[in-house]
Design a protein around this ligand. Structure first.
Ligand SMILES: *Cc1c(COP(=O)(O)O)cnc(C)c1O
Length: 807
């Protein structure tokens, strides 16, 4: 691409300030998902709604006629936008591009002979789905395969006999932005009979000019979504080349608006509308207001950005900078950081390439970095990306070289569309997609490059040395604090001093025995989504046998100040759970009190209710899965079941049972059910010093939501000694309890929720991501569980002596 094509809209920062207040501090890089709407667009739309009296089209009133007239005008504007002659093309309004593709599918499917369907590897899922209605389907795995098929002329058609053929492909891949040849429809028309083309322009038109003025080259059908061009309205279109319209006319269904006459009493007949293609295919009332909004969208877009050509050049310039910036990042040992999925790097930003960069990241050892980790850090940095399979399974399989058997294996391992992590062989199952739009600016590009370079480019010294566990003297440790989290994801309740607290196999007594469930979905609420849960303060009153809950901060007039429920499972008033119910909420029981549900609903602003996990008799496995745990870890036999001594046996302190001794290799294996989370004061202090050194305020330890904080009476004590612990003995030597360390606790952005205010920031996760990353995961704290107690019930209190062993 020649430098003369370089163009950067210098007004973009002014436009951004004025028109996109929602962007604030955000770096929005998912324009292929949807682009953003301008403030003027929404205002102009609002004004036209307020000024006009618009009725339902299809009747004779002035308001109805006004709607019809405006809709006709917008229809014409759509055609003008893609330089299509209204004599030759028609526009069918749809909900989105997918609905447009479905109309074509329905038309072909309704034909007596069925149809043969050919599509390209780079197709979006919505285009692939057509094959299920076809009599025959075939996926071209390369452009050459398409060209070979085109050149073969009508020879290849013989197999399909009388059947029509539909050939579909995207003008631009929604995965990596690759643009495909627009010459194919013309060639197909020349060389093949009874063959039609469907061009999916949904990704293409948001940053390129589509030109249908050459009738011979134009596809028969085009699918698009307007929100991808303008951000608003939520509307799509099917553009039909009129000579191909008959292929859609035999569908079975008819709806309001598409017929001239229907009878249904003595005889049943109907006469479909014939006049125009759109009249035959637009069932029911059109999305009138969305269509009218499109008028404002065209106006504002032109006023802000001029032509699509300008947008194309602007976004290309940005994409080229992004590509160059990312492709030159290197680790200290020279290994590349970003693996970018593109066929023609040289054309980046040019005609063969839309403004999208699809990539994955490798560490300095050449291992893939888990995209879900990247997503976590990006979201804290307020960077909006699309991560995963991006609805393009052919593209993903091709560019990431994933075989169908690997895909099935990944599926069996629990990988699904949209879920991001590494699959079999440590290979990624999806990508990071960075896509730019008309309102993207150079700051967006540099922010993303800086983000990758800050967090994923390894400097030599950054490797954290493994602690040499044998040489470290175990300092005098003691229990500094104990915290119970009675309601999952809500505030913790500190166990008072001098109060021995019972520890069970499943954790501290009353820890996460309750939760909040959404009244609509029955899902358990978590602080990740509802940070205000941190403001709910439960309190355990053992004397009265009650759990009381208050809301910290502002009080509302009507809502009660607190609610309470009995600690004893048996004396509470529960809604009877429906028998045979399944799903998340199956084994939890909601309370049967409007007062309780009103209290939590008003506190969180979400319709919800308090519920209790089944009595611990049901065992730890049916109880909660704790919020700080990873779902993807490999479940294993729970250690307490294999090693806990019968509760009544009183024996001297035993030697630890046989178990893997290396804390690192054992890490996370069986923390699927981690009963207790432990952090240490020296590590908290080290993190705070790190934060201070970076000019950030220190954090309160409560963000880690640990149950036990262990401190040392010797100062200074090295931080992160817990990394090497394998067992802990807590209590005086006559009646100690033995705990097994289960591995490091992997962290997510939840540690950024201030547990006093419910406010979210980027620390301490950002600093942890730089200082406590192993295997590309961020760790702080250790999971542990009770293994054995020298008495039938185990109690721990603040000040208890702790002895740590490292083997
Ligand atoms: C976004 C997209 C679609 C689907 O659009 P919807 O609006 O979700 O129907 C189809 N194809 C491509 C290439 C896309 O980018």
């Amino acid at each position: 691409m020649s430098p003369t094509d370089s163009f950067y809209n210098e007004d973009i920062d002014t436009i951004r300030q004025r028109e996109y207040p929602m962007l604030k501090e955000a770096t929005y890089l998912d324009h292929s998902g949807t682009t953003l709407y301008a403030k003027s667009l929404v205002e102009s739309f609002a004004t036209s709604m307020i000024d006009g009296l618009y009725g339902n089209p299809h009747s004779g009133s002035a308001s109805s006629i006004l709607s019809t007239k405006n809709i006709d005008n917008v229809r014409l504007r759509v055609l003008q936008f893609v330089k299509a002659d209204p004599e030759e093309f028609d526009v069918v309004f749809t909900a989105n591009a997918t609905a447009a593709i479905k109309i074509v599918t329905e038309g072909f499917r309704s034909r007596d002979k069925g149809f043969s369907y050919l599509y390209h590897r780079d197709a979006h899922t919505s285009l692939i789905g057509v094959r299920e209605s076809a009599s025959r389907g075939h996926c071209f795995t390369s452009d050459e395969a398409v060209e070979h098929w085109i050149e073969s002329g009508d020879e290849a058609r013989e197999e399909s006999g009388e059947m029509p053929t539909l050939f579909a492909y995207p003008a631009q891949s929604n995965m990596n932005g690759r643009r495909l040849p627009l010459t194919w429809p013309g060639q197909v028309r020349k060389t093949k009979s009874n063959t039609y083309t469907l061009l999916d322009v949904a990704a293409f038109v948001s940053s390129a000019k589509l030109d249908l003025s050459n009738l011979d080259e134009a596809p028969d059908f085009l699918s698009m979504s307007f929100y991808k061009i303008f951000g608003f309205p939520d509307l799509g279109a099917l553009i039909v080349r009129k000579p191909a319209g008959h292929m859609l006319s035999q569908r079975k269904y008819f709806g309001g608006g598409t017929v001239d006459l229907v009878t249904c009493l003595k005889e049943q007949c109907y006469i479909p509308k014939k006049e125009t293609i759109h009249q035959q295919l637009e069932d029911g009332t059109l999305p009138i207001h969305n269509i009218l909004a499109l008028n404002s969208a065209f106006d504002v877009h032109t006023r802000l950005y001029g032509s699509m050509d300008q947008i194309s050049k602007h976004t290309s310039t940005l994409a080229r900078n992004l590509y160059q910036g990312l492709s030159t990042l290197k680790h200290f040992n020279g290994q590349p950081v970003c693996i970018i999925y593109t066929d023609s790097p040289s054309s980046y930003g040019g005609k063969e390439q839309g403004p999208t960069v699809a990539l994955n990241i490798k560490d300095s050892n050449g291992q893939w970095v888990d995209n879900s980790e990247i997503e976590k850090i990006a979201s804290i940095r307020n960077i909006h990306l699309r991560i995963g399979g991006v609805c393009n399974s052919g593209g993903i399989a091709h560019y990431l070289d994933i075989s169908p058997s690997e895909m099935r294996e990944n599926l069996a391992l629990g990988q699904r569309c949209g879920i991001n992590s590494l699959g079999v062989g440590g290979k990624p199952t999806g990508i990071i997609r960075v896509s730019l739009g008309a309102m993207s600016n150079m700051t967006d590009v540099t922010t993303f490059i800086d983000f990758v370079s800050q967090f994923f480019v390894e400097e030599e010294s950054q490797q954290v040395d493994d602690l040499d566990s044998e040489k470290v003297e175990t300092p005098s440790l003691f229990v500094e604090s104990l915290t119970v989290y009675p309601i999952k994801s809500c505030s913790g309740w500190p166990v008072p001093a001098n109060t021995p607290w019972e520890i069970k196999k499943e954790g501290l007594s009353f820890d996460r025995e309750w939760c909040l469930v959404h009244s609509g979905t029955g899902r358990i609420l978590s602080q990740k989504r509802y940070p205000r849960m941190a403001l709910l303060k439960p309190e355990i009153d053992l004397k009265q046998g009650m759990l009381r809950v208050r809301v910290k901060g502002e009080k509302s007039e009507e809502a009660p100040e607190q609610v309470s429920v009995p600690l004893d499972f048996r004396s509470a008033d529960f809604k009877t759970p429906p028998s045979n119910s399944s799903g998340t909420a199956a084994n939890i029981t909601p309370y049967n009190s409007p007062q309780i549900s009103d209290f939590f609903t008003s506190a969180l602003g979400v319709p919800c209710n308090l519920a209790r996990f089944p009595a611990s008799a049901a065992g730890p496995s049916t109880r909660h899965s704790k919020p700080h745990l990873q779902k993807t870890q490999v479940p294993r036999k729970r250690p307490m079941e294999e090693s806990i001594a019968p509760a009544t046996v009183q024996t001297p302190f035993p030697t630890p049972p046989q178990s893997p001794t290396s804390s690192t290799s054992q890490s996370l294996l069986f923390s699927n059910e981690s009963p207790i989370l432990c952090t240490t004061r020296p590590s908290l202090d080290a993190l705070n010093s790190e934060l201070l050194a970076r000019g950030k305020p220190p954090i309160h330890y409560s963000v880690f939501r640990s149950n036990i904080v262990i401190a040392s009476s010797l100062t200074p004590t090295p931080a992160y000694l817990e990394d090497s612990w394998t067992h802990l003995e807590i209590g005086d030597s006559a009646t100690p309890a033995l705990f097994q360390m289960l591995g490091k606790c992997q962290r997510c952005s939840m540690v950024c929720v201030n547990q006093e205010t419910g406010a979210k920031s980027e620390e301490p996760f950002v600093t942890l991501a730089k200082t406590r990353r192993f295997d590309n995961k961020v760790y702080f704290g250790e999971h542990m569980s009770l293994m054995w107690g020298s008495r039938d019930r185990v109690f721990v209190k603040i000040g208890d002596v702790v002895k740590a062993s490292t083997c």
